[in-house]
Write a protein that binds this ligand. Structure first.
Ligand SMILES: [Cu+2]
Length: 418
């Protein structure tokens, strides 16, 4: 069979296939239209099906393959007829490169304007060190954006202007020491500056010299699946020791009450901190790694089981000031977990309130001590008389239940000592 006949046959076959596809699609469409008028079909959930997208992708591939084949047939026909090449693929590729550049740069612009505004939802940093972190973010973003745009313009414009052409011959240019030096030294310098700035910022945040006149308030935060437990130090300003071996039903943090510093420790439902005073968070975890994340203060540090980490910072804007600044009466600072730690990870949230020193002191007096009467009994500590009296008037069933629990805890403690 001659090539010409083969092509004619192929063209005929392709046309037949296209005709069949078109007519059957038409028939399906008519059928569907008939069905639609008879009984409306709910097409809503079809978009939620992964198979729908797989089929859509395959259909797209098929479409591209058909177009490709049709073009190939066209090219071969021209070749057999002795006509010059119909499509200059070098130009096509060059134009696609140029289009890619324009569309890509528009995508960058779109990202910066649409998603970039999300950065402004973070508002200004509400802590001293936060401004330094923001500066670093901005500087890095500016430098990388400039480099990104320039290099991409050069990359794609080069592919467009220097596409293969019969009119010119490629120039052999294998090596240039000057260019090599420039593109090695310039990035090295810029990166060194960025890393150095990052290093110095890190040091200024994590290696503070303590000012004895302005000591930080210690607050202990313990993470577990899926909650934060917050302990304040009480009047002695020191949070007492704890030991995971002492964890029981009534002592969920495993606090060691043999340590005198533990006796006045307070438990809080929310984090309340005074403005313009340094606070030092003592971070631990009971089960997996969580991440202590307070975005408005630019604070984030992992809480790791088996080790204690610290984050000290100074909040600079009270919650009330922020509410007026943002004109948002519902605004609240927040503590989140920034580590995907399990199924209810999303639930690890706590309110954070920044208040005046006076409000802070008032709030502190209202917090409940960690040391309950049950715990006093468990640790063989004297139970205050006024507290012991109401317990006696309790329903007998409750008293026995509590007594049994205490006995069990004492047993646990004894077992641990062994
Ligand atoms: Cu978590």
């Amino acid at each position: 069979m001659s090539l010409r006949k083969l092509i004619v046959n192929k063209t005929m076959a392709a046309l037949t296939v296209l005709f069949t596809v078109f007519s059957s699609a038409n028939a399906f469409a008519q059928e569907a239209a008939a069905a639609a008028t008879a009984k409306p079909v709910d097409m809503g959930p079809v978009h939620q099906n992964a198979l729908f997208y797989v089929l859509l992708f395959l259909l797209l591939c098929l479409f591209i393959a058909i177009v490709g084949k049709a073009l190939k047939v066209y090219e071969l026909t021209r070749e057999t007829q002795g006509k010059p090449e119909g499509i200059n693929w070098n130009t096509v590729n060059a134009v696609i490169f140029a289009l890619f550049l324009v569309v890509g740069l528009y995508g960058v612009y779109w990202e910066y304007t649409v998603h970039g505004t999300m950065i402004s939802h973070m508002h200004e940093a509400a802590s001293e060190h936060g401004q330094r972190i923001d500066e670093m973010f901005k500087l890095t973003l500016i430098i990388t954006t400039i480099v990104f745009i320039l290099t991409h313009i050069v990359l794609f414009a080069f592919a467009y202007f220097y596409r293969a052409s019969d009119k010119r011959k490629a120039y052999y240019y294998p090596h240039n020491n000057t260019i090599e030096k420039i593109w090695t030294i310039v990035p090295a310098l810029v990166l060194t500056l960025l890393v150095l700035k990052g290093f110095l910022t890190w040091r200024s945040i994590f290696y503070k010299v303590e000012d004895p006149k302005n000591r930080a308030i210690n607050i202990e935060v313990t993470s577990s699946q899926f909650l934060w437990e917050i302990r304040y130090p009480g009047t002695d300003a020191i949070v007492g020791k704890k030991n995971y071996k002492l964890i029981t039903a009534i002592n969920s943090l495993g606090i060691d009450f043999k340590d005198k510093n533990s006796l006045d420790d307070l438990m809080a439902e929310e984090i309340v901190i005074p403005v313009n005073k340094p606070v030092r968070f003592i971070l631990t975890s009971k089960d997996v790694i969580h991440s202590f994340y307070m975005p408005h203060f630019r604070v984030q540090l992992n809480t790791v089981p088996g080790m204690t980490s610290y984050f000290e910072f100074t909040p600079t804007i009270t919650t009330e000031e922020m509410k007026t600044k943002l004109n948002d009466p519902k605004f609240n600072y927040i503590l989140l977990c920034a580590k995907i730690c399990g199924a209810n990870h999303f639930n690890m949230q706590k309110n954070v309130r920044v208040v005046s020193e006076k409000e802070y002191q008032e709030w502190l007096t209202k917090q409940t001590p960690y040391l309950t009467n049950d715990l006093r009994k468990a640790f063989n500590l004297p139970v205050p008389v006024e507290a012991a009296a109401p317990a006696a008037t309790e329903a007998p069933a409750d008293t026995t239940a509590t007594a049994a629990k205490v006995a069990l805890d004492v047993k646990n403690q004894l077992a641990l000592k062994k």
